[in-house]
Design a protein around this ligand. Structure first.
Ligand code: ADP
Length: 293
């Protein structure tokens, strides 16, 4: 995958954003109870269609809370949540599931059915789908997530990676527009991580907005078109990964580590931004070829 691919994905996310479909926080303030401290203070944010967004920040900064406010599992203390300009603040999570899919940090907690096939069928069934149409949606979602071979397996005994793909299939079977994943790559090996990120990429290319809660700065630098840093109950940074890791910011102040490829890139002549090790190696070889090293 070359740089061209990244720019193509960024362009497509800009185009889709201009098309106007959006999920939005409008001056949202949130506390878990009246006498509890504020978690999020007067925060406005737009999540455009087709973006690949990372939400990051220190533990306890409010990342999971943001996803719960988006999905409707929590309601703002003040402010509104909008979808395509319409106030959905009062809509319950079950209603919002028609366009927002959520993959829990421990996906076994969201699996209830005896087989993967039935688990994936649950959402579209509640939406009123039946018979051939329902079957088609389930088969398609299983194919897209490579879970067809697991169709008759018991979801709760699958590995976490397989459960994540089943949870993603459940969202796809409902034709989701937004897919939110909470720390999806923590504790996973390199191969599982790569497979999951490839799947996310292909979904984004189809126009689905991906929102990841993550501490993994390699993923932020390599895969995301936008990164939101939460600190002190507010949005401390909202922009492109290369801006976050540029010299004018101090991500370490927000508890974030630089990806190795970015630090290595800075040591090269002209200090190019290297979003991953592949990009660093390509740049290094090109500079050597030009005699610049
Ligand atoms: P993060 O995902 O960034 O680690 P969270 O959104 O989980 O942060 O938590 C933000 C703050 O809200 C933390 O101080 C946490 O202790 C508090 N918190 C989270 N869930 C609850 C809850 N159900 N009741 C009360 N406080 C909570």
């Amino acid at each position: 995958r070359g740089l061209g691919d990244v720019y193509k994905r960024q362009l497509s996310s800009i185009r889709l954003k201009e098309a106007g479909t959006m999920l939005e926080f409008d001056h949202v303030t949130f506390r878990y109870a009246k006498n509890m401290p504020v978690v999020l203070s007067d925060t406005s944010l737009k999540f455009g269609k087709g973006e690949f967004i990372a939400i990051t920040g220190r533990n306890g900064s409010g990342k999971t809370t943001i996803t719960r406010l988006l999905t409707g599992l929590e309601k703002p203390t003040e402010g509104r949540v909008l979808y395509e300009g319409k106030d959905i603040t009062k809509e319950e999570a079950s209603e919002r599931s028609r366009f927002i899919g959520y993959v829990f940090q421990q996906p076994d907690r969201q699996m209830f059915m005896p087989t993967v096939r039935e688990e994936i069928a649950l959402g579209p069934y509640h939406q009123g789908k039946r018979g051939e149409e329902l079957n088609r949606m389930v088969e398609k979602a299983m194919m897209e997530t490579d879970t067809t071979a697991l169709a008759e397996a018991y979801p709760r005994t699958l590995s976490r990676g397989d459960q994540q793909r089943v949870a993603i299939a459940s969202a796809l079977a409902m034709d989701t527009e937004y897919l939110i994943l909470d720390e999806p790559t923590s504790g996973q090996d390199g191969h599982e991580k790569k497979m999951l990120m490839r799947l996310m990429e292909s979904l984004q290319q189809r126009g689905i907005t991906i929102i990841l809660v993550t501490h993994d700065m390699d993923i932020v630098a390599r895969d995301c078109t936008r990164v939101i840093v939460i600190a002190s109950h507010k949005v401390a940074f909202d922009g492109r990964p290369e801006e976050l890791f540029s010299a004018k910011n101090r991500p370490e102040d927000w508890g974030l580590l630089y990806p190795a490829s970015v630090l290595l890139g800075r040591k090269l002549p002209g200090a190019p931004y290297c979003r991953d090790m592949d990009s660093f190696c390509r740049t290094f070889i090109a500079l050597k070829g030009e005699g610049a090293l």
